[in-house]
Write a protein that binds this ligand. Sequence first.
Ligand code: GDP
Length: 308
Amino acid sequence: MDISAKIFIAGRNGMVGSSLEREFRKRGYENIIGLSSKELDLKNQSAVEEFFSGEKPEYVVLAAARVGGIMANIESPAEFLYENLAIQNNVIHYSYRYGVKKLLFLASSCIYPRLCPQPMKEEYLLNGKLEPTNEGYAIAKIAGLKMCQMYNKQYDTDFISVMPCNVYGIGDNFDPQKSHVVAGLIRKFHQAKQENKEFVEVWGTGNARRELMFSEDLADACIFLFESYSGNEFFNVGTGSDISIKELAYLIKKVVGFDGNIKFDTTKPDGMPQKLLDVSALKKAGWVYKTDLEEGIRKTYEWFLKLS
Ligand code: GDP
């Protein structure tokens, strides 16, 4: 890939998009474009076509998505389905129409069946029923990865997909109701510390297990594949190990420095019991993660402190 190539990061201002931009720039790529969702609504077909015809990007990374934690997904399944389908339909289709040389689509580990054997191999896709708490999002992401594969087959494009585990990091959404678990708990423990609260409420039983990766590592893996892989396989991206929500809550409590207790609110859902990816294909291709969970949480908390 030419260092001066024009790269469109769809979702440039989000957590993953901004990590991607930093990682591309570290490698010397400078011609990076992308607009905020206010400037360009990726759900709007004609606006997306106009953007592609005007800018003619050579490479596209599709990191734009409607994302949210377990409660946001439960509350707005139609929005998660519709908005993600619309964004990816437009960006993938016009990437094809305007001759984009390569596209990388970011999907998610929630595409795998709820009771999938662990760790989840790429070949287990569509082997069983999905987890109901994020079915809308998962259906959209499955459609996106199939779209990449089918466009490659029919139109000879070079569109690849990755399935990351749960991601957290700088630029995360810290909304206590809508965020994912790491950002949500950072905010809850921080507030409890400031207000000298006796305890923090953690959703679910604490027994659900999640594989968590720092967004900078995800960006690094995406660029690694972008530069080195073409074909119709998709890749799981993760650390290869997981942690229970209970252990995670104690780790975040320690990083934040909260002295009180933890209570588990079992009226809230656990979601998928376990979501551990088999990352052997990516490892074999030559990539492994760098940031250990505690270090990643520390960096995220430092960033959160600068914000507040
Ligand atoms: P999921 O992987 O789609 O379930 O995404 P989340 O990151 O939202 O949730 C992961 C797990 O953490 C679930 O079992 C949640 O019930 C649990 N959890 C515990 N406390 C929280 C919290 O404050 N926010 C969120 N989002 N999840 C929490």
